[in-house]
Design a binder for this molecule. Structure first.
Ligand SMILES: Nc1ncnc2c1ncn2[C@@H]1O[C@H](COP(=O)(O)OP(=O)(O)OP(=O)(O)O)[C@@H](O)[C@H]1O
Length: 411
């Protein structure tokens, strides 16, 4: 950096005692002029310094930003194995290298064995990763005892029966299947528009068979880093094996099992790897014991044939939007805990809810309750349902949340 030029000298006033009045006045005037000039020079220098200062500030900010970016770019993931007096023993993911590393006093209090952490090149722990950043926790939802029952599901009785046959019977009567010598279907695929009760069905089966419900969202699988999707699929099946009896529910399976495209991007290759892992887990399924798989999709037309081959998702169950009777039943289910006025006739109301899915009806009942509360009532009237309908249909331009062009499987 260049050094700043030296400051101008302070002006001196030289008054000779022999000077006459006029000479003194002249000397003072010159002195004053010099002072004004120096003042102007100093003002200019101050402006320059200030502008240089703001340039330097910007430079510092930029360097700070780059430093942060460099720091974050070079972090690795590790698991804390043990906390000792000398620091933490951590194991780096990927290469399984174990190291003992020092901890800052703040981290010492915060860390526990089993935590996932981010470490830098010199194995120093930078942050503790919470569940949000844990890919496994994010992609899977594990519920040891979901509380949905078959009675909570309305309008799709045939589908409930089919799912019970395909999933519940083999879990509950595993011996009978063995004795008769038949292999139950490995996987059941539920397909149909959003909000029709596919997730509820899977939860209800898990509940009624006392099985652990493990849900994995297909869309989460494809957002991960290279190799992580396949690892998550492996983890999913391992976890189900540990927790059997278990029901694995793979939602949005189209995200991993869409028809092969011609493009050769690495993203596609990654999705392919994840799907191959899923297929191989399903093929090796016979010895998995009491684990059943249910998958769901709103995009049946997009699925790769490979996933529908015998021994995989070979039992297909369409879960459609409910008809008028189904809608009436769903209305009854969702208003069971509400006080409903005598002027509400569910059959009549259901007839008006053409194209509503179960989820739309659930939203309608909540909205109707809100109208009653706004009016300081605890009883919900027909007018509240009508207001709710109007609100929902204006907010969403109708209850049809999914009218995309899905070829012959237009839901
Ligand atoms: N048949 C139904 N009977 C009663 N309630 C229903 C029904 N279908 C949907 N619902 C209500 O809608 C909510 C969402 O349903 P669910 O998650 O099971 O739909 P889904 O078919 O899995 O949807 P998506 O395809 O969007 O995942 C449920 O929690 C429930 O309140």
């Amino acid at each position: 950096m260049s050094r700043s030029p030296s400051l101008p000298d302070r002006p001196r006033l030289d008054l000779d005692p022999d000077m006459n009045e006029a000479e003194r006045l002249e000397a003072l005037r010159k002195h004053f002029e010099r002072i004004v000039q120096v003042n102007d020079e100093l003002d200019d220098r101050l402006d320059e310094a200030q502008s240089r200062r703001s340039d330097l500030r910007e430079e510092v900010d930029e360097l700070k930003r780059r430093n942060e970016a460099l720091k974050t770019a070079s972090l690795y993931i590790a698991t804390v194995e043990e906390l000792t007096e000398d620091g933490a023993v951590i194991k780096q993911h990927g290469n399984n290298q174990e190291v003992l590393t020092d901890l800052s006093p703040q981290l010492e209090d915060e860390l526990e064995a089993g935590d996932r952490v981010a470490i830098n090149d010199s194995f120093s722990v930078q942050t503790v990763l919470d569940d949000e950043t844990d890919a496994r926790a994010q992609a899977m939802e594990v519920d040891a005892s979901p509380d949905v029952t078959y009675a909570d599901i309305g309008g799709i009785d045939d589908q409930v029966r089919e799912v019970r046959e395909a999933v519940e019977d083999p879990l509950v009567n595993a011996d009978a299947f063995r004795e008769v010598g038949i292999t139950p279907p490995s996987g059941v695929l539920l397909h149909g528009p959003p909000g029709t009760g596919k997730t509820m069905l899977a939860k209800a089966v898990a509940n009624e068979t006392d099985a652990t419900f493990i849900k994995m969202a297909g869309s989460e699988l494809v957002r991960k880093f290279i190799g992580e999707g396949a690892r998550l699929v492996r983890d999913l099946f391992d976890l189900a094996g540990e927790r059997e009896p278990a029901v694995i529910f793979i939602d949005e399976i189209d995200a991993v099992a869409a028809k092969r495209t011609d493009s050769k991007t690495s993203g596609d290759a990654e999705v392919q790897r994840t799907m191959m892992q899923l297929l191989s887990e399903m093929d090796g399924f016979d010895d998995r014991g009491e684990v059943r798989i249910i998958a769901a999709t709103n995009r049946f037309d997009m699925l790769d044939e490979a996933i529908l081959r015998p021994g995989r998702f070979d039992r297909l169950i369409e879960v459609p939007k409910p008809g008028p009777e189904g809608r009436e039943r769903i209305l009854e289910i969702h208003t069971a805990d509400m006080t409903i006025a005598d002027d509400v006739d569910f059959a009549d109301l259901a007839a008006d809810l053409d194209d509503y899915s179960g989820a739309d009806i659930a939203a309608l009942t909540t909205e109707a309750g809100m109208f009653a509360i706004r009016d300081e009532r605890t009883t919900v009237r027909r007018a509240d349902f009508d207001d709710a309908r109007e609100k929902i249909e204006t907010d969403t331009e109708g209850p049809v949340f999914n009218d995309g062009e899905f070829g012959r499987y237009q839901y």
